[in-house]
Design a binder for this molecule. Structure first.
Ligand code: ADP
Ligand code: MG
Length: 295
């Protein structure tokens, strides 16, 4: 059984209010979307701005209600759950946003935001919470002194690492990452992508990686879904999409990548140009081609 199974997902937004505030016209932002995501893989959702990617991500976590379709997470129909059951299931599905302020309260020290779920959902004592939070900061590679600092005092990369730490407190199976590196400086982007790859290895995470940027897909994803105007126009392995895109739309996205990117970065047998390998043979993307990526 796949971790995530999505079928016939539809979301319409009202575009014009009619008489007595009743919606008269609808815009279909997500139109009959279906896919599965397997445990431990990264599935990218790629497409231009407005394609319906974020809406799809929010529908999966049931942050918004679909007009049609089903989302099954680990075999459970997410829509059939009552509020308490949904809250419990949501711990296993976390979201990371382009803007880390979506998950970190600007008025709270970062440590409090990161540790809050440990209190709210797991009823951990203060001492246990502090220990666990410190562990998580080590895991995401930021120093413990950010615990006392406010979000405005952190760099973009540190903020996104803290947002990831907060998501990890809930020991999720699935992380929906919506343009998680789009707001970061190019040098920091590669570091955060590396972190995500490491965490996936360590915790067996499944990622739904939403991006408008096809060049990131090749670095991070196993498979990809290409969306345009609410519909899936193409899906396949990253290799299939890069080597033999079937749709003109996908080809146009590929053509927009500033320069060719090496294939199969994760499984490359030898050194890939622009990518440093350390003595353990692990790939490091510090210098990788994402420096050529433009927003
Ligand atoms: N809350 C909303 N109300 C009305 N329209 C929306 C809302 N959210 C998104 N849309 C519209 O739905 C379409 C898809 O949006 P979105 O899912 O954010 O796309 P993407 O993430 O691919 O850029 C866009 O045309 C957007 O303007
Ligand atoms: Mg979006």
């Amino acid at each position: 059984m796949s971790l995530l199974e999505v079928e016939g997902l539809v979301k319409r937004y009202p575009v014009r209010q009619g008489f007595l505030g009743r919606a008269k016209e609808y815009f279909t932002a997500v139109d009959d979307v279906a896919f599965t995501a397997e445990r431990g893989e990264t599935l990218a959702i790629v497409g231009e701005s407005g394609a319906g990617k974020s809406t799809t991500g929010r529908l999966i976590l049931r942050l918004i209600e679909p007009d049609a379709g089903t989302v099954r997470f680990d075999g459970v129909d997410v829509r059939a759950l009552d509020q308490p059951a949904l809250r419990k299931l949501r711990l296993r599905m976390q979201m990371i946003f382009q803007d880390p302020y979506s998950s970190l309260d600007p008025h709270l020290p970062v440590g409090d935001s990161v540790s809050e779920p440990l209190h709210v959902h797991f009823g951990m004592s203060r001492g246990d919470r502090l220990r666990r939070t410190a562990e998580l900061l080590d895991i995401v590679g930021i120093s413990h002194d950010v615990l006392e600092r406010y979000p405005a005092e952190l760099s973009g990369g540190q903020l996104q690492r803290a947002a990831i730490a907060r998501a990890l407190t809930m020991k999720p199976d699935l992380i929906v990452a919506d343009e998680p590196v789009a707001a970061l400086d190019v040098s920091v982007r590669a570091q955060v992508l590396n972190l995500m790859l490491d965490l996936q290895q360590e915790f067996g995470l499944t990622y739904l990686f939403i991006t408008h940027d096809l060049s990131l897909v090749e670095v991070i994803a196993d498979r990809a879904i290409v969306m345009s105007t609410g519909r899936i126009v193409e899906q396949g392995t990253v290799k299939e999409i890069f080597e033999s895109p079937r749709e003109e739309y996908t080809r146009s996205l590929l053509a927009a990548i500033p320069r060719p990117v090496p294939l199969s970065l994760r499984t490359a047998p030898g050194p890939v140009p622009g990518v440093a390998t350390d003595p353990t043979g692990e790939l490091h993307l510090d210098s990788v081609h994402v420096d050529a990526v433009k927003d």
